[in-house]
Design a binder for this molecule. Structure first.
Ligand code: NAP
Length: 254
């Protein structure tokens, strides 16, 4: 029997085939999960539909709009009755806030990054929880080491990721009594659309390959395999955890 046979996963955050959420979807599909994808706009629909076709349904959802979040979970309830897995692989900040000094972050830029990148997990978890009750649900989000240490240019996104990681712990506490686990993967840098917005991203990749204990960068499939562990029965006692998949880079002091 495959690891995720009979499990249904709602995947938020596939933009294209380089997306971390896509690597997770491929790993889940190979292990027998049924998948539903969301997209945030018409442009995205054009990219996500051809990828998703044949392996899952697709639904519109901009996570800053409560009515779209409500609708997506109502549809999932109608179509599936419930879900076992929720993947949250969503983040956004204004481009200038990922290159100017952090001290220049505007109130609006701060709110936007927090809303899309941190609060959205809380909103999705609240709607997913009733669909997961009695099903050993698992919620997984994606974070980055910029939440823990200063990574030049990551700026407001690092602050949003710190809020996201704290949310993982509070959500794990809230939802644990219902048998729902909430975890995060802190991934090393990967070339994706979102990463293209970060100034000097190439330097981050070089730095990791030079300094990480494994002396290399990671690939997205390695995040997919870890997601499989966290969202399957293999991770049944793991909750509130932030697991680094970063070739060990985070342990280095010098
Ligand atoms: P990606 O392919 O660009 O995925 C980011 C996703 O967020 C896109 O699908 C994007 O859709 C979506 N999104 C943004 N605003 C949204 C909104 N308002 N409503 C719904 N969806 C929205 O990049 P990725 O690197 O795979 O990012 C996935 C997650 O991994 C993010 O949380 C990111 O911070 C995290 N992460 C990435 C790295 C890395 O180096 N790449 C490392 C660690 C953690 P649109 O294209 O429509 O905006």
């Amino acid at each position: 029997m495959k690891l995720l046979e009979g499990k249904r996963a709602a995947i938020f955050g596939v933009a294209n085939e380089r997306s971390i959420a896509w690597a997770i979807s491929e790993a889940f599909h190979a292990e027998g999960a049924e998948l539903a994808f969301t997209f945030a706009g018409e442009v995205l629909e054009k990219r996500v539909r051809p990828l998703a076709e044949g392996i899952g349904s697709i639904l519109p959802c901009d996570v800053t709009k409560d009515e779209e979040v409500e609708k997506v979970f109502a549809t999932l309830k109608q179509e599936w009755g419930g879900i076992e897995i929720l993947i949250h692989a969503i983040a956004f900040a204004n481009k200038e806030d990922l290159s100017n000094p952090y001290v220049q972050t505007s109130r609006a830029g701060f709110h936007l990054a927090m809303d899309v990148s941190a609060y959205s997990l809380v909103a999705l978890a609240r709607h997913a929880a009733p669909l997961m009750e009695g099903r050993k649900g698992s919620i997984l989000t994606l974070t980055y080491m910029g939440a823990e240490k200063v990574i030049p240019n990551y700026n407001v996104m690092g602050v949003a990721k710190a809020a996201l990681e704290a949310s993982v712990r509070y959500l794990a506490h809230d939802l644990g009594p219902k048998g729902i686990r909430v975890n995060a993967i802190s991934a090393g840098p990967l070339r994706t659309l979102a990463a293209a917005g970060i100034s000097d991203f190439k330097t981050m990749l070089h730095h990791v390959a030079e300094r990480a204990p494994l002396k290399r960068n990671i690939d997205a499939a390695e995040v997919g395999k870890t997601a499989l562990y966290l969202c399957s029965d293999w991770g049944s006692a793991v909750t509130g955890e932030v697991l680094h998949v970063d070739a060990g880079y985070n342990i280095m002091g010098m």
